[in-house]
Design a protein around this ligand. Structure first.
Ligand code: NAP
Length: 290
C-alpha cells in the first residue's frame, strides 16, 4: 500500500480521496478551507495537513483536484506548493480540468525537481466520483502512467493513457465540446415536447432507448423538465472548460462554431445569477419565455 497525498476536497476530490483510502492506502489530505480536511480525516481515518507542502513530504503519489489554471499552479508550485516538496521519483497527478499549457508547465517543473507528473482530468460528474466509476484521460510518460494506474483505478472505471503531457487535458476538451452542443439540443427537444403538450415521462422512456439517447438525456432529462438544477456540474465550471477549449482551438485551428454559441448562453445564465446551477440549466433560457 502506498503513501498518498490528496489536495482539494471539493465535490469531486472529497469522494475520490475516500475511494483511495477505502482501498487501504495511507492518505493525508489538504484543503484550503481546513474544516473540510478535518471532516474528511474524521470520516476516513487519514491524516490532514495545513499546506500542500506539508501534506506531500513522504508521499509516493500526490493527487490534486482544484479549479482553474491559477489554482493548480498555486497548489503545485506556489508558496508552500506541492512539487518542490515532493520526494524524488514520486508522481504528481492533476485531476483538475485545466489548460494543456498548465499540464506541460507542471511536467517541466517536475523534471526540474525529479518528480513525475500526469495530467488526468476526469469525466462522470459528482455521481461518478461518489461511486468510483469515473473516466480518466491521462497525459504523461509511460513510466508515470504505469506506476500510478492502480491508484487511479480506485476512483476510475476507465483510465486511458492518451499520450504525452497535455494530451489528457486535450481529450477532456473534446469531451466538453461534445457535451456543450448536445445539452443545447436536448434543451430544445424537451422544451418543444412541453410546448407540444407531450407526456415527458413517456417521451423520455421512448427516446432514451433510441438513436437520440445520451448520458445527459438519461441522467438529466427528468430534472430538466421539472426545472431542478441545484446539483451537479456548475455552469461556471463549464464556462471555464469552454474557455479552455476555445483558447486551444485558436492555436490548433479547429473551428468551434456551436461551442462558441453555447459558451455565450452559459455566460448569460451566469450573469443572471445561475452560475452554481447544473449545466443542464441551459433549458432555462427557453422555458423562461413561458
Ligand atoms: P469544487 O467543489 O468547487 O471544489 C474545488 C476545490 O478546489 C475545493 O476543495 C477548493 O478549496 C479547492 N481550491 C480552489 N481553488 C483553490 C486554490 N487557489 N488553492 C487551493 N485550493 C483551491 O469543484 P469540483 O466540482 O470538485 O471540481 C474540481 C475540478 O474538477 C475542476 O477543475 C472541475 O472542472 C473538475 N471537474 C468537476 C466535475 C463535477 O461534476 N463537479 C466533473 C469533472 C471535472 P475550498 O474548499 O477552500 O474552496
Amino acid at each position: 500500500m502506498a503513501k498518498i497525498a490528496f489536495l482539494g476536497l471539493g465535490v469531486m476530490g472529497f469522494p475520490m480521496a475516500g475511494h483511495i483510502a477505502a482501498a487501504g492506502h495511507d492518505v493525508t489530505v489538504y484543503n484550503r478551507t481546513s474544516a473540510k480536511a478535518e471532516a474528511w480525516a474524521a470520516q476516513h481515518g487519514g491524516g490532514h495537513a495545513a499546506t500542500p507542502a506539508a501534506a506531500v513530504t513522504d508521499a509516493d503519489f500526490v493527487f490534486c483536484c482544484v479549479g482553474d489554471d491559477p489554482d493548480v499552479l498555486a497548489v503545485a508550485l506556489g508558496d508552500e506548493g506541492a512539487i518542490p516538496a515532493m520526494k524524488p521519483g514520486a508522481v504528481f497527478i492533476d485531476n483538475s480540468t485545466v489548460s494543456a499549457d498548465v499540464a506541460r508547465q507542471l511536467y517541466t517543473a517536475g523534471q526540474e525537481y525529479g518528480v513525475m507528473t500526469l495530467d488526468a482530468p476526469v469525466s462522470g460528474g459528482q455521481a461518478g466520483a461518489e461511486n468510483g466509476k469515473l473516466t480518466v484521460m491521462v497525459g504523461g510518460d509511460d513510466a508515470a502512467f504505469a506506476t500510478a494506474l492502480p491508484v487511479m483505478q480506485c476512483y476510475g472505471a476507465r483510465v486511458v493513457h492518451m499520450g504525452a503531457a497535455g494530451q489528457g487535458q486535450q481529450a477532456k476538451m473534446v469531451n466538453q465540446i461534445c457535451i456543450a452542443g448536445l445539452v443545447q439540443s436536448l434543451s430544445e427537444g424537451l422544451n418543444f415536447a412541453i410546448e407540444a403538450g407531450l407526456d415527458t415521462d413517456k417521451l423520455l422512456e421512448a427516446i432514451s432507448g433510441g438513436a437520440a439517447q445520451s448520458w445527459q438525456m438519461v441522467n438529466r432529462g427528468h430534472t430538466m423538465v421539472k426545472g431542478e438544477f441545484d446539483f451537479g456540474f456548475a455552469v461556471d465550471w463549464m464556462r471555464k472548460d469552454l474557455r479552455i477549449c476555445i483558447e486551444e482551438a485558436k492555436r490548433n485551428g479547429a473551428p468551434l462554431p456551436l461551442t462558441e454559441i453555447v459558451a455565450g448562453y452559459y455566460a448569460e445564465l451566469s450573469a443572471n445569477g445561475h452560475g452554481r446551477n447544473d449545466t443542464s440549466s441551459l433549458i432555462r433560457r427557453l422555458t423562461k419565455a413561458r
